[in-house]
Design a binder for this molecule. Structure first.
Ligand code: NI
Length: 182
């Protein structure tokens, strides 16, 4: 798996709701490790399984740290239990190359998830982590950050997004465009 294997806007898997993770086995660990490598190769800080064409509800995050390798975080079946506040922050996405924009999201969340061993955990997060978490959790629900922009901003991005979708050569593009109001 390399950065070239990351699904790009227009891939239908990015629009599907991912299935829950039920097996926490060696294979899951291996896929997660490959996702970390792929994400770092692509200079990303978060990657959700649907972005590598696996429609399962897990994601990895590499939290930047000063003078150290990024911290490797894994979340399966995440569920946001509580949110507070709202804040704007610029986002990009490895599946939407060349597009960045400011997105409004809650600034604090309480989250329940399962770790790589399948143990249920809870976490309170803010700052960059909560931003990346929400972006990646959206991926598990078939939502892309561009969906969260105002209609005016989405309008400005329309041709760039259409170009990305068409570059994939997906023959189902016209159905897709209709369904998701590209
Ligand atoms: Ni993304």
């Amino acid at each position: 798996m390399s950065a070239n294997d990351i699904c790009i806007y227009g891939d239908l898997v990015l629009r599907q709701k991912a299935f829950p993770v039920v097996k926490f086995d060696e294979e899951l660990k291996q896929v997660a490790d490959q996702m970390f490598d792929t994400m770092f190769e692509a200079d990303g800080i978060g990657l959700a399984a649907p972005q590598i064409n696996i429609s399962k509800a897990f994601l990895v995050i590499g939290m930047p740290r000063e003078d150290q390798e990024p911290e490797r975080l894994f979340f399966a079946n995440p569920e946001i239990l509580e949110t507070r506040g709202e804040i704007g922050m610029e986002e990009g996405c490895l599946s939407i190359p060349g597009v960045r924009d400011e997105v409004m999201r809650p600034e604090w969340i309480r989250l329940r998830y399962q770790d790589i061993k399948g143990q249920t955990q809870e976490l309170e997060a803010d700052g960059l982590l909560v931003r990346v978490l929400q972006h990646e959790i959206d991926h598990l629900n078939g939502i892309l950050f561009t969906d969260r922009l105002s209609p005016a901003k989405r309008g400005l991005l329309k041709s760039a997004l259409e170009k990305l979708a068409k570059s994939k050569g997906d023959k189902r593009f016209s159905d897709y465009a209709e369904k998701f109001d590209l």
